[in-house]
Design a protein around this ligand. Structure first.
Ligand SMILES: *Cc1c(COP(=O)(O)O)cnc(C)c1O
Length: 371
């Protein structure tokens, strides 16, 4: 079986370094809020090209706490509107509703799967305060255009960078375009811990300071609580794992690009629509290919065909957020582009340890698929 994502093999590449880092933490006697976290926050901020990175417990908390911090700082209030792509992973939207803010769903560009920047202005109202673009599948949203719209209407930008560690446009990385950015280091992400972890990046010292309080019971100083905070800390063991793995992120992203190039050049089947086929190659060279997502009118048949021949595939995502039971009040919304994407997408295996032979096997099988 060619697995979709083989985390054991990915992490065993760094086995000795990860074990040494674990031992270092165990022997230090200091397990939360110590040197490993401080080092990771510094390195990750440098990597993204920003002043501050603030470690938290997971990617969802990174987004939730940033919006909450802006409320605490007086930049947002209950009921304010946040523009978000309609085809994102549910976490981007949960972060908004969790804060009593109102998600305004904007359709994606069918070619890039990212929010269609040309549809953003029409969605702006007197209550709009934030644009929350998601760099879906590893490709930056149209950030030059989105930040220009935000400047024109005086809106905040919160990037959801959970799938795009290291992606860039014109040398500027995910996490450095918005007023703030949320990252996830869930094990399956391009930069993955060996458990849950997340971070916020920003250049705003006031926001960074508020986030450091919010993640720790609203407190900078023990037993002195400034705001109603939570417990959302990135612990030392996970920070130590990330300190090891950050060194290999660029190399792993480069390897993912090579797999994607092979898929893009060699998969030729009229039933399979490849990603970005109408986009000039220079525009996606800095895609970090968290997922390689194709479209087909025959998804169930193609998935079954590949499974029977030993290739594991997944669907990101099978149900659009506005069709989820959790958001049943949106059931009447008509978002045809999202609905079609959700019905047609299929993710092929792509990972830092997928061999060239296995990649070629996936290509051959895709080319042999008939309806
Ligand atoms: C993974 C992910 C998140 C949430 O990250 P967790 O660490 O699982 O909480 C948020 N947004 C997107 C787009 C994601 O892919």
């Amino acid at each position: 079986m060619i697995p979709f994502l083989d985390l054991k093999t990915i992490n065993s590449q760094y086995h000795d370094k990860l074990v040494a880092a674990c031992i270092r933490v165990i022997d230090s006697g200091w397990y939360v809020g110590g040197k490993e976290l401080e080092q990771f926050e510094q390195h990750f901020a440098n990597y993204c090209g920003v002043q501050y990175a603030i470690g938290v417990a997971n990617g969802l908390d990174a987004l939730i706490l940033t919006l909450r911090a802006w409320k605490e700082l007086g930049k947002l209030k209950d009921g304010d509107e946040v523009i978000v792509p309609s085809n994102t992973y549910i976490a981007s939207i949960l972060a908004i509703t969790e804060n009593n803010l109102k998600p305004v769903l904007v359709e994606p560009d069918a070619e890039t799967f990212n929010i269609d920047d040309k549809k953003i202005e029409a969605a702006i109202t007197a209550k709009t305060r934030v644009i929350l673009p998601v760099h879906l599948y590893g490709q930056l949203a149209a950030m030059p255009e989105i930040t220009a719209i935000a400047a024109k209407y005086n809106l905040l930008v919160l990037e959801d960078s959970a799938q795009a560690h290291g992606a860039e446009i014109a040398g500027k990385k995910a996490g450095s375009w918005g007023d703030a950015s949320g990252f996830s280091f869930y094990p399956g992400k391009n930069l993955g811990a060996l458990g849950d972890a997340g971070a916020i990046t920003t250049n705003d010292p006031k926001l960074a300071n508020m986030l450091k309080a919010l993640r720790n019971y609203g407190s900078h100083e023990k037993y002195k609580n400034l705001v109603l905070g939570v417990n959302s800390r990135l612990d030392e063991i996970q920070a130590a794992m990330l300190n090891v793995k950050l060194n290999f992120l660029d190399g792993e992203n480069q390897y993912r690009r090579q797999i994607a190039d092979l898929y893009l050049k060699e998969i030729q089947n009229p039933e399979i629509e490849l990603p970005l086929k109408n986009i000039d190659a220079k525009n996606y060279t800095q895609h970090v290919w968290h997922l390689f997502v194709i479209r087909t009118k025959h998804r169930e048949a193609l998935q079954k065909y590949l499974t029977e021949r030993g290739v594991e595939t997944l669907i990101h995502y099978p149900i659009a957020p506005h069709k989820q039971q959790a958001y049943k009040e949106w059931d009447d919304l008509s978002l045809p582009i999202s609905e079609q994407i959700h019905a047609e997408v299929l993710s092929l295996p792509i990972s830092p340890t997928l061999s060239r032979d296995d990649t070629k096997k996936v290509v051959q099988l895709c080319n042999g698929f008939k309806v």
